[in-house]
Design a protein around this ligand. Structure first.
Ligand code: ZN
Length: 86
């Protein structure tokens, strides 16, 4: 009886790990939505839902992080240019 309980716990753990993996997004999904995230960041808003997942991906994926930094720099430059013109 106790051994089957242990098996169930192990299965639950595996299931949790799979769920966590599923909620992670791919680099191509990240690339599609990272401009939205960058715009939010520039205006100082907190990303929610799907964009929150993008932010997490950018934080742990080096190649997307580099791309995101570049995008953020461009958007910041653009927004400051707009402010100066107005
Ligand atoms: Zn990535």
């Amino acid at each position: 009886m106790s051994s089957s309980k242990r098996t169930t716990r192990a299965l639950l753990l595996v299931q949790k790990m799979l769920e966590a993996h599923e909620s992670e997004i791919s680099c191509s999904e990240c690339a599609e939505k990272m401009d939205c995230l960058a715009e939010l960041k520039v205006v100082g808003k907190t990303p929610e839902g799907a964009l929150e997942a993008i932010e997490r991906h950018v934080e742990c994926c080096h190649c997307c992080a580099a791309e995101f930094e570049a995008l953020l720099a461009i958007l910041k430059m653009e927004s400051s240019a707009e402010t100066h013109e107005a």
